[in-house]
Design a protein around this ligand. Structure first.
Ligand SMILES: C[S@@+](CC[C@H](N)C(=O)[O-])C[C@H]1O[C@@H](n2cnc3c(N)ncnc32)[C@H](O)[C@@H]1O
Ligand SMILES: O=C(O)C(=O)C[C@]1(C(=O)O)C=C[C@@H](O)C=C1
Length: 264
């Protein structure tokens, strides 16, 4: 594999075992290789990002507000913009890594869609949400302290307009040890086939320990239901990487559409 330009380098970070990546952080070294890293590490990443764009247009109208939480280089925001041509969406793209935010602004600025993508440096645990139609959190909740996760999902639920949706993608733990080992092994095989060595895989795993803390699908669903979402559903899964969609019920609409009781 050839080394690419400075902005899109091949990820060899854990071959070199750089000390600034233990524990793992989204610093400048990671930003420089991020497009290559995420594509070679997350099974189905391109499909998920494209799918989010496709799903998004079902939940937006002409001037909706959308959040992309933990936006990294803005791929989700750009996919939503691409699938919502003709709508004046405001997409709030949020990340707490200064290096990511700087690169994200350059990346997003190279496109000219109808949506306005506002890239902001902020911590989503402290963010004040405005009313919105759609929130996407693509492989980011797993990096938040578990004790703060419910509060974030509660805030998202409260800020969504009735009929609005949350798309939550995460790497998950399986509910049994044997299934977990199988899925982890299949994921590592995927990484090896994408050119990572066993050393790179194991060093990154060490760096991610206590930084990326995984929940089971059941824990995710329980958290969403506790916030008020009904019937959260998986719309994508490849090995231990999945994406859920959860809709905030439109109670007013449900009442309007309910069969009217007639007097006998
Ligand atoms: C795996 S990446 C997300 C990938 C991205 N959503 C995409 O689809 O390309 C996780 C991102 O979450 C960001 N992040 C982690 N904790 C955060 C927090 N508390 N607030 C905002 N962003 C956070 C990181 O800086 C990183 O860019
Ligand atoms: O590389 C791995 O093994 C991962 O678990 C993937 C993962 C993620 O799920 O966010 C971890 C960190 C990097 O940002 C890219 C991908």
């Amino acid at each position: 594999m050839s080394n690419k330009t400075e902005k899109n380098k091949v990820d060899r970070l854990f071959k070199e075992s750089k000390q600034d990546l233990f524990p793992f952080k989204f610093n400048q070294s990671v930003v420089d290789v991020f497009p290559d890293m995420i594509n070679r590490s997350v099974p189905g990443y391109t499909t998920i990002v494209d799918g989010i764009g496709r799903v998004s247009r079902r939940f937006t109208d002409t001037s909706s507000r959308v959040y992309d939480l933990g936006c990294s280089l803005g791929n989700v925001s750009l996919s939503i913009a691409k699938y919502n041509v003709g709508k004046a969406l405001t997409i709030e793209a949020i990340d707490n890594s200064p290096a990511m935010v700087t690169r994200c602004k350059e990346h997003v600025g190279a496109y000219n869609y109808d949506a306005f993508i506002q890239v902001q440096h902020a911590d989503i645990t402290a963010l004040e949400f405005q009313a919105c139609s759609l929130v996407v959190i693509n492989f980011t909740l797993q990096f938040i302290n578990p004790s703060l996760r419910q509060a974030i999902i509660d805030k998202i639920y409260a800020s969504l307009e009735p009929g609005g949706a949350l798309i939550l993608s995460e790497k998950i733990s399986a509910s049994s040890d044997s299934m977990d080992s199988l899925l982890i092994d299949l994921h590592h095989e995927f990484k090896r086939e994408n050119g990572y060595s066993d050393l790179e895989i194991s060093q990154k795993r060490t760096a991610l320990e206590n930084v990326m803390i995984l929940d089971t699908l059941k824990q995710h669903k329980q958290r969403l239901e506790q916030a008020g979402f009904e019937h959260p559903s998986v719309w994508f899964q490849h090995f231990n990487f999945m994406s859920l969609i959860a809709i905030k019920q439109d109670i007013a609409n449900d009442l309007l559409n309910a069969p009217q009781l007639t007097e006998s």
